[in-house]
Design a binder for this molecule. Structure first.
Ligand code: EPU
Length: 421
């Protein structure tokens, strides 16, 4: 078992380069199955979710060649199976994008159905509603989801709730469908736009991604033959912006799209932090004690749930009583119990958490309950006095490239240590 050992406090200072976006990469990789040709994808983050996805694609017949640790060439001319490895896909939520891709390309998909997770229940009713509207039959049995069709036909689909996954899955399924598909009330996250841009580069006809209506004119074939670079990760960028504030530091976050960070920038300014945004880089620095705020997580362009725990660390250290209302996930306050072990004063009740600001946090052994909780605990450990040990690193490694290396370069005293089980 590995753990991260952090000795603090350190005020983080310096520059950090942001990697490609995890949540765009895990949609673009299955999208390569729609291409009857070869394509190259650059700026993939070097994380375990990407490696697992590549293994799944290879098991379905795609040929993957690694050019370097961030670039692959995928040859999807021969798809040999429509059943994804069920044991892997059952544990790996983003595998549900294989349903849209395989249905669109091959007319059949079988994938292990992901269950609930540490964030609470994760239903996929909107994905299924979309596939059925396009003409597929969907059956769920023995923990697997099997979707099949005799050709998909474009139609109008209204999403009852704004769902990133359902929006992406319906785009994937409809790219090769006959006629036009309209998605009303779609998610507008940057990775929705990135998937549409990738598919359009490969020959699709998708319009309106990032707006209230997405229109997909089905095409006969995606030919590939070109290169695409994954968008920078706005959540990784936001994680370092918040680390600058929580550790009383000064960080230049490079290779990000500051437009994607507007809701976070507004909240950092509101609590008294400083932000200087400049297109593809942003400097964030602390020069005075921060103050309380009230935050509600919302779909993009609202405040992202995936930055809620990292913001929680800043509010735990800000003067006054702050409130966070988590409107996307049922169980995203588990990190607050760990922060309380470090001296924070946070009470969570249902979808809300109340932060009574404290002056200092103190190092303690803590457990990452999910990816973003893990990032929040690293920030807390760097800000805290003394030694923090963080366990359950598998969550963190799923989604952050070389996180301890990047924090170490900013001055953090952080080491990955192997521990006997
Ligand atoms: N929902 C339904 N029915 C559905 C789909 C979603 O009720 O068919 C509900 C969910 O239970 C949730 C809300 O709708 O309450 C939003 O879920 P969404 O489908 O938007 O989330 P997702 O696609 O499963 C992605 C990210 C998450 C991120 C959310 C919200 C990926 C691989 N995952 O999940 O990222 O929190 O959007 O922005 O893109 C993370 O990166 O740490 C992470 C959890």
């Amino acid at each position: 078992m590995e753990k991260l050992v952090i000795t603090g406090p350190t005020s983080l200072k310096g520059e950090v380069e942001i990697s490609g976006a995890k949540n765009a990469a895990v949609a673009i990789l299955p999208a390569t199955l729609l291409i009857n040709g070869v394509c190259t994808i650059e700026n993939l983050p070097d994380i375990s979710d990407v490696k697992i996805y590549c293994e799944i694609l290879e098991s379905l017949g795609a040929k993957i060649t690694w050019q370097d640790k961030h670039t692959i060439t995928v040859d999807s001319r021969n798809i040999t199976s429509t059943t994804a490895p069920l044991d892997i896909t059952r544990k790996f939520r983003a595998s549900y994008y294989l349903i849209g891709s395989l249905l669109g390309r091959c007319g059949r998909a079988e994938v292990g159905l992901p269950g609930g997770c540490n964030l609470g229940p994760r239903p996929i009713d909107q994905h299924i509603k979309g596939f059925e509207a396009l003409g597929a039959t969907v059956n769920v049995s023995s923990g697997n989801i099997v979707a099949s069709c005799n050709g998909l036909k474009g139609t109008s689909i209204y999403m009852d709730i704004v769902s990133v996954g359902a929006t992406l899955n319906v785009i994937l399924a409809s790219v090769l469908a006959e006629g036009t598909t309209i998605i009303d009330n779609p998610a507008k996250e940057p990775h929705v736009v990135d998937l549409a841009n990738f598919l359009n580069t490969m020959g699709a006809d998708i319009r309106g991604a990032g707006t209230d209506i997405i229109k997909i004119n089905g095409v006969k074939e995606l030919k590939g033959g070109t290169t695409y670079s994954v968008v920078p990760d706005q959540i990784e960028a936001g994680t370092f912006m918040l680390a600058a504030i929580a550790t009383k530091g000064d960080i230049l976050v490079k290779n990000c799209i500051t437009k994607h960070l507007e809701s976070l920038t507004a909240k950092i300014l509101e609590i008294g932090g400083n932000v200087d945004s400049n297109g593809d880089h942003v400097r964030v620095w602390w020069d005075k004690p921060t103050t309380k705020a009230t935050i509600k997580t919302l779909p993009y362009p609202g405040f992202p749930t995936d930055l809620q725990p990292q913001m929680g660390v800043c509010l735990a250290l800000s003067k006054g009583t702050s409130i966070i209302n988590e409107s996307i996930w049922d169980s995203r306050f588990q990190y607050t119990y760990e922060l309380n072990k470090m001296g924070a004063n946070i009470t969570s009740k249902g979808q809300s958490a109340f932060f009574e600001g404290v002056d200092k946090l103190y190092g303690a052994p803590v457990y990452a309950s999910d990816l973003r909780a893990g990032a929040a605990l690293i920030i807390a450990g760097i800000a805290a006095e003394g030694k923090t040990e963080i366990y359950n690193l598998n969550h963190i490694d799923r989604g952050y490239e070389d996180i301890e290396g990047k924090f170490r370069k900013l001055g953090a005293n952080i080491e990955r240590v192997k521990e006997e089980d």
